[in-house]
Design a protein around this ligand. Structure first.
Ligand SMILES: NC(=O)c1ccc[n+]([C@@H]2O[C@H](COP(=O)([O-])OP(=O)(O)OC[C@H]3O[C@@H](n4cnc5c(N)ncnc54)[C@H](OP(=O)(O)O)[C@@H]3O)[C@@H](O)[C@H]2O)c1
Length: 274
């Protein structure tokens, strides 16, 4: 998006699953350098292990991690965000940008906890960011401007695709693209099992299922065609695909997936409260 991140110093607070994925990917892609990056976790022994693994300083003191950072990436659990923001508040200035990836926690909650006009951006990435094929949605808080959004997009563009949304859509995004990889893995695992059931060796069945999923997704992304049209192109009259589709409809796959995303999005609304 044309925003230059080079030379920017980043502090990652909460280097668990998603924090590590983002940090590792951004370091590997050269978007961050070990000299310009600092991270924190809760436990000392994990800090030591991560320092060794990532080759960057990792500590447990959030307040000490932030004074020199241009961007502070908050990757703790939703229930811990308030506590962490209150810890760092004395060392935060208006020159800094806070990006929170916590589900459920609104930018206004973070702004209130900061008690001054600090730029806050909320981002919702997903685990495929690990391999540069993630999906991240970004929205801005009251005191963030387009340059702050561009900085957040530049950061997440490095690990996949990025989209800017209104904050009212963030719980929906959480239910669809942040939880989504788990849903897709279940579908993939089931297709691979199906391959085994019809006689394929498991490794070949898994390859066929994964590459087919990737191929179908790539066609949707690259053509922009409606998935229903693409499905019709596979479905020969009186062929075998329509028999499979009838089973999917009878098994209510479509409505089950819709309900899964609805439930995950509803849960995303509640997370910050425990
Ligand atoms: N996982 C995903 O796919 C995903 C996707 C998008 C957004 N998110 C959001 O990302 C956040 C983290 O999720 P996660 O799955 O990565 O959780 P996680 O693996 O449990 O990581 C949480 C991390 O926070 C650290 N931590 C806890 N209290 C802390 C404190 N006071 N100061 C500094 N660090 C602290 C933990 O330290 P220790 O390692 O020492 O315990 C751990 O490293 C959540 O808000 C979630 O909504 C997750």
């Amino acid at each position: 998006m044309g925003f230059d991140l080079s030379g920017k110093r980043v502090a990652v607070l909460g280097t668990g699953k998603i924090g590590s994925i983002l940090l590792k990917a951004l370091l590997e892609k050269g978007q961050l350098t070990p000299q310009s990056t600092f991270a924190t976790v809760q436990h000392e022994e994990r800090a030591r292990a991560l320092t060794e693994k990532l080759g960057i300083p990792v500590g447990t003191d959030n307040l000490a991690a932030v004074p020199d950072a241009d961007i502070i990436l908050v990757c703790v659990k939703p229930q811990v965000v308030q506590e962490v923001i209150e810890q760092i508040r004395p060392n935060i200035s208006k020159k800094q940008l806070i990006i929170s990836v916590a589900a459920s926690v609104h930018t206004s909650q973070i702004e209130r906890a900061l008690a001054s006009e600090i730029a806050v951006v909320r981002a919702m990435p997903n685990t495929p960011c690990a391999l540069g094929c993630g999906m991240t949605a970004v929205c801005k808080g009251k005191f963030a401007d387009t340059a702050h959004v561009a900085a957040a997009c530049a950061l997440f563009d490095v690990v996949g695709k990025t989209v800017v949304v209104d904050e009212k859509h963030m719980d929906a995004v959480t239910g669809l693209s942040a939880s989504g990889p788990a849903f897709i893995y279940i579908i993939l695992e089931s297709l691979a099992e199906a391959g085994v059931k019809v006689g394929l060796p498991r490794d070949i069945a898994t390859l066929l299922a994964a590459q087919t999923t990737l191929g179908a997704a790539t066609v949707v992304l690259e053509t922009g065609d409606h998935p229903a049209l693409l499905k019709d192109a596979v479905t020969t009259p009186a062929g075998c695909t329509i028999d499979g589709i009838m089973e999917l409809e009878e098994g209510k796959l479509r409505v089950t997936l819709i309900k899964a995303v609805v439930k995950a999005a509803q849960r995303a609304k509640e997370l910050a409260n425990g």
